[in-house]
Design a protein around this ligand. Structure first.
Ligand SMILES: [Zn+2]
Length: 569
């Protein structure tokens, strides 16, 4: 009985040993399946670009070759940098985003507090809704913010996070309101921004080509500063504007050179215009920039929003009608909006999307030439600088469209980009999507069978199956390792198969659909062709283990013989 067990155990050891020695496991990488080709969404804001001046520039008009020009685009009120960039990034008006200006006052708190001077609320503390940067990050889209002003961090939302954040160094922004700084110093500001943008796009271009989505928001600050310092009709303003649009054109060339243009959607627009103001027509020349002589006898606090407009916070809200009457009597306002309806004004704050808890009881926009508290040659904030220019450019836009006179808003940019990047559009985004300008819709599925193949000869065969649908007649191209293996005309629902032969190694299958010469869809997939190599058998070890095994199994037999001999003796 014991003998049997010992023998069986020895045999088992031998078997396991030879099994382990014979089959050495092979290693190969796990296959990756269908990665969609990437997309790049870009927003370029030319800060303070006055449409009536810049639309005469050759460089401005050259941009019309790359997509659609909207001749009826508007920004929000106040037409100032912080609320306009917030509207842009939050896809909504100040009554939803909360943000009315760089700093503001909590209107209701001011009504009830005993203090005469209200405490001010920063842009960050006014935020009430979600920004596109947050939506993009939550959905795995790369995000970058490259801006000329610190306060534009408002575009990142409450989280204040982006993959890349670049702000113009303060030494380059030195003396921007001085009309005498050299024009080259102004050029350098926008050049710094564009160079940083180019380096971000170059560092991400490989990722975008292989399927990543990216959102890059850029603010060119120089023109706004030049406008305030020198006026929109100055030679300096003209030169800086021309330089800014040259920079935008060079960025288009870089995107094309990186091979990203066909998958790019690029908005180029102003945040607000710039009106010609006279330092002699400054209404608050005294040290107290927050109280307006026109409202003598009414306790109030004024916040200048860009020069040509202001919020007026009333200490006692029952003074509303009296205050409006005094403003009308002054004959200085070209528009007045009030917290509640009054017959003599242009409308309520709600009518213009301005009913945020941080807006004043009254919003006043001044007549041409007037400004509140800065002796500037140019300013903005009111209704006269609400009209802006807007371009929607990129290879994804149908080449048949070049111009639209439809009324569009700065709040339409974010929802349109969400649609383009496949992001969910938050309910707080009140703008409309301009998606009907996109190239035709396409859906695509690529499967490869088998995707990991064992080579029997010097090559192996696999079948690529592509199916999906396109809205318009298109051309389907299939490449393996950048070599075209099939192209065919498709429309509507389609299904294509192609059998390929590949040599050992990793291969990329690239499928592209072109309409009108533009890529409207694409996908990549990988095939792995592997040769299974068995290691040469370690005969020495096998012999050794056989001998050891035999010897071990002999031990009980020898013991048995010895025992029997002893018994005989
Ligand atoms: Zn601005």
């Amino acid at each position: 009985m014991r003998l049997k067990i010992v023998r069986k155990t020895s045999l088992l050891i031998l078997l396991v040993l030879s099994y382990v020695l014979y089959y050495v496991p092979l290693t190969f990488t796990e296959p990756q399946h269908s990665i969609c080709l990437g997309r790049l969404a870009l927003i370029i804001v030319v800060d303070g670009a006055e449409i009536s001046i810049v639309n005469g520039l050759e460089e401005f008009n050259l941009l019309k070759n790359y997509g659609i020009y909207f001749s009826n685009a508007y920004t929000v009120l106040p037409s100032a940098t912080t609320p306009a960039h917030t509207a842009l990034a939050y896809g909504t008006y100040p009554n939803v985003s909360g943000v009315v200006y760089t700093y503001a006052v909590d209107r209701e708190e001011y009504h009830v507090t005993k203090e005469n001077i209200p405490k001010t609320v920063s842009w960050y503390d006014q935020i009430m809704s979600e920004s596109i940067v947050e939506v993009a990050r939550e959905n795995g889209v790369l995000t970058a913010l490259i801006v000329g002003k610190e306060k534009l961090k408002v575009m990142m939302g409450l989280n204040q996070v982006a993959d890349v954040l670049k702000i113009l160094p303060s030494e380059l922004a030195y003396g921007v309101y001085d009309p005498n700084i050299p024009i080259e110093a102004r050029y350098r500001q926008d050049e710094w921004i564009i160079n940083e943008t180019i380096s971000v796009i170059r560092s991400w271009s490989e990722l975008i080509r292989s399927g990543e989505y990216a959102l890059v928001i850029v603010n060119l600050p120089a023109l706004d500063w030049t406008g305030h310092a020198c006026g929109p009709e100055s030679e300096e303003y003209y030169l800086v504007a021309r330089h800014a649009f040259q920079q935008v054109l060079s960025l288009v060339d870089i995107i094309k050179a990186e091979g990203l243009w066909n998958n790019t959607l690029m908005f180029v627009l102003a945040d607000h215009g710039m009106s010609d103001t006279k330092p002699s027509k400054m209404l608050l020349p005294s040290k107290d920039k927050h109280h307006w002589g026109v409202l003598t006898g009414i306790r109030h606090y004024l916040i200048d929003t860009g020069g040509t407009a202001a919020f007026i916070y009333l200490k006692d809200k029952r003074d509303l009608e009296k205050a409006v009457k005094l403003i009308l009597k002054s004959n200085l306002a070209d528009a007045i909006y009030s917290i509640s309806p009054i017959n003599s004004v242009n409308g309520t704050l709600e009518d213009v999307g301005l009913n945020s808890p941080f807006a004043g009881d009254i919003f006043v926009s001044l007549k041409n030439g007037y400004q509140f508290s800065y002796p500037n040659e140019g300013a903005h904030g009111g209704v006269s600088t609400q009209k802006i220019f807007m371009f929607m450019l990129g290879g994804v836009i149908s080449s048949k469209l070049t111009y639209s006179n439809e009324i569009v808003s700065i709040v339409d940019v974010a929802p349109t980009i969400c649609e383009f990047l496949g992001l969910p559009i938050p309910e707080s985004f009140k703008g409309k999507t301009l998606n009907y300008f996109f190239a035709p819709k396409v859906s695509l599925k690529v499967s490869i069978s088998p995707s990991v193949i064992e080579l029997t000869d010097s090559y192996a065969e696999s079948i690529i199956l592509v199916n999906g649908s396109v809205e318009v007649p298109s051309k389907l191209y299939i490449y393996v390792d950048e070599e075209e293996i099939k192209s065919s005309d498709i429309s509507g629902e389609f299904s294509e198969t192609v059998s390929i032969k590949v040599e050992e190694g990793e291969h990329t299958v690239l499928v592209k659909i072109l309409s009108d010469g533009k890529v409207i869809g694409g996908a990549t997939s990988k095939i792995f062709a592997v040769k299974i190599r068995y290691l040469p058998l370690p005969w020495n070890l096998i012999y050794a283990s056989i001998v050891i095994g035999v010897l071990i199994s002999l031990i009980p037999l020898v013991l048995l013989i010895i025992n029997m001999k002893r018994k005989k003796l």
